[in-house]
Ligand binder design. Structure first.
Ligand code: AMP
Ligand code: MG
Length: 271
């Protein structure tokens, strides 16, 4: 079975996150060094895919990254997403909405950030926060967030129907691993900037977040926009698994070099 098949949430099924071990390494029985070697190969393939995607200019790739604080989205971007040429790739972080953003519907800022043809967009957090932090912190009533799952499915269906391939990844870490990563942020002055007092607050609502994630994964994993749950306590496995999932998507997208506009056979470059 491929990584994608192993880690994908089948549409219409609800994952039992408590039963997915964040320290497990499904689909891989090698060690960390073997994972690094394989990642190198995968990065080469992603690099060459991105060049063809850009040249072809007909399809887009949207990668949605979600995780609890400390889940490793930033590390993943550094280790895997950097395989793509920055010219043609955009990483967009979604934080607390600004006043102007709050004056619009919640998908407004998200839609504006989607990748154009030939481009790759990476969402570091996304519209899913509008059924995660918004639900857990009761920022809007249930009658409002409850309708959002269907709205999100419709939105993503529209993107998919317009040649955007969507890959959504939830980095699944354990409570212990989160504690260790938070502790490092506190112990290491070079990591202090990463610390936010809100991090502890989300940790207090651990159970609520697991429940909100399980619902989002269950209700919004679709054939055209699947969710993947990636066990992420081991950073080397996290990077490897996401790179494998992306390579599978890239092979299916299979962008083609465009034909030359002119007949090049008779062109002679002057001395
Ligand atoms: P970070 O990704 O660590 O820089 O933090 C961004 C913060 O913005 C997180 O605490 C998110 O929960 C928060 N955030 C993102 N989207 C929303 C949203 N739609 N409503 C409220 N808070 C959000
Ligand atoms: Mg943070």
């Amino acid at each position: 079975m491929s990584f994608g098949e192993l880690l994908r949430i089948a549409p219409g099924t609800k994952p039992d996150l408590a039963a997915i071990d964040p320290a497990s390494t499904p689909g891989f029985d090698g060690d960390k060094d073997a994972a690094h070697d394989r990642l190198k190969e995968l990065r080469h393939e992603l690099t060459s895919f991105q060049e063809r995607l850009w040249a072809e200019g007909r399809q887009s790739l949207l990668i949605v990254l979600q995780a609890l604080d400390g889940g490793g989205k930033d590390g993943l971007i550094r280790k895997v997403i950097t395989a793509f040429n920055p010219q043609g790739t955009r990483v967009i972080g979604f934080g607390v909405p600004t006043e102007e953003e709050l004056r619009h519907d919640y998908l407004w800022r998200v839609h504006a950030a989607t990748p154009g043809k030939g481009r790759i967009g990476v969402f570091n957090r996304s519209h899913y926060e509008d059924v995660l932090v918004v639900r857990v912190n009761e920022l809007v009533p249930e009658s409002v967030w409850e309708k959002r799952y269907d709205q999100i499915n419709d939105f993503e269906a529209t993107l998919a129907a317009n040649d955007t391939r969507i890959v959504k990844v939830f980095l699944h870490i354990s409570r212990d691993e989160q504690r260790e990563r938070f502790q490092k942020r506190i112990d290491d002055p070079a990591k202090h900037w990463k610390w936010s007092s809100g991090d502890l607050e989300t940790r207090e609502h651990w159970g609520d977040y697991q429940a909100a994630y399980a619902d989002a994964l269950a209700r919004c994993s679709r054939d055209h926009a699947p969710w993947f749950v990636v066990p992420a306590d081991h950073k080397w496995y996290r990077d490897l698994a996401v790179a494998e999932i992306l390579v599978e998507a890239a092979r299916e997208m299979d962008p083609q070099w465009p034909e030359a506009g002119d007949d090049l056979s008779s062109i002679v470059i002057p001395q």
